[in-house]
Design a protein around this ligand. Structure first.
Ligand code: CA
Ligand code: CA
Ligand code: CA
Length: 309
């Protein structure tokens, strides 16, 4: 008579075992899903951080190559044709703005010339150039930011003539602090009202020289590659106002106070292969090659004529 009871118990315990088994499977499934969710979360977080870093360090839609020059230009505010800017590359900005730049080995320097058609002398006219640098410099990529960081710099030259001011600024994490200029050996600038090969009528131009290895402002002012904002403001009524690179119409809008909005400046280990101004050297070379070709053609014609019966 005990068998039915045992049988009943066995059925009960089997049911219980099945229940436990189901619960264990469900728990295992839950744990597995939990692990997958954690791994997914980590992967997505890393991806988001990587994307954020790439997207916001500078505006990749604006890039300008800094070419190598064999000559350091004479810093006098003018663009005289000759070897000074022969190997440079240009970048247009705004309605009529042009900047050109180049780097040199000896000394290790960055040189720049900025011009627009502005010819009116207004105390409120100004040039501005920013540099997104890093503490390590060298090949370290610009590190951007929503506000100027302590490894970012800005040069602002306001007005013209004897009353003109030249001011460097260093980022502080939220804005800019004015700082003393680097030493004369490491930084020179000059402006002039003069014609240039690109703009025939006399206009204001600014020429600058920065020694690239100096740390007068705390870190190098720029590494091998960096990001910049370049602008010129014409305060004259009816003038061209603010012309900038990247422009205010860019996404994000070009803004000297937002490193994330600046354009990228990678370097090249060669001169500009397609200079935009036919310099004296280039003209002489073209003339010499043309002369050689002409002499060759004459000699060939003579040779053909003498061979005729
Ligand atoms: Ca010059
Ligand atoms: Ca002006
Ligand atoms: Ca920086």
């Amino acid at each position: 008579m005990t068998f039915p009871l045992r049988h009943k118990n066995n059925r009960k315990s089997f049911k219980h075992f099945e229940q436990n088994k189901k619960e264990l499977i469900l728990k295992g499934e839950k744990d597995r899903m939990k692990k997958i969710r954690i791994v997914l979360f980590c992967v997505l977080s890393l991806l988001a951080i990587a994307l954020a870093g790439n997207v916001t360090a500078y505006n990749a839609a604006y890039s300008h190559t800094d070419y190598l020059s064999s000559t350091v230009p004479t810093i006098d505010g003018t663009y005289a044709q000759g070897p000074d800017w022969l190997e440079s590359g240009t970048q247009t900005f705004g309605t009529n703005g042009i900047f050109r730049d180049e780097w040199t080995f000896t000394p290790v320097a960055y040189c720049m010339f900025i011009e627009t058609t502005d010819s009116t002398n207004d105390p409120g006219d100004y040039w501005v150039v920013t540099f997104d640098s890093t503490t390590d410099g060298g090949a370290t990529e610009p590190n951007g930011g929503a506000a100027p960081q302590t490894d970012d710099y800005m040069l602002k030259v306001t007005g013209h003539g004897a009353t003109a001011t030249t001011q460097w600024y260093k980022g502080n994490g939220t804005g800019w602090n004015p700082v003393a200029s680097p030493s004369a050996a490491n930084f020179q600038s000059a402006q002039a009202l003069a014609a240039s090969p690109k703009i025939a009528t006399p206009h204001y131009g600014l020429e600058i020289f920065v020694e690239k290895t100096n740390t007068d402002l705390g870190t190098v002012i720029m590494g091998y590659n960096w990001a910049s904002f370049v602008g010129y403001y014409d305060a004259h009524t009816g003038g061209n106002g603010n012309q900038t690179w990247p422009p205010a119409s860019a996404t994000p809008p070009g803004n000297p106070n937002v490193p994330n909005s600046w354009g990228y400046i990678p370097y090249a280990f060669n001169a500009n292969p397609t200079p935009d101004v036919p310099e004296n050297f280039a003209i002489v070379t073209v003339l010499a090659l043309s002369l050689v070709a002409a002499i060759g053609a004459v000699l060939l014609r003579k040779a053909r004529t003498s061979l005729k019966p």
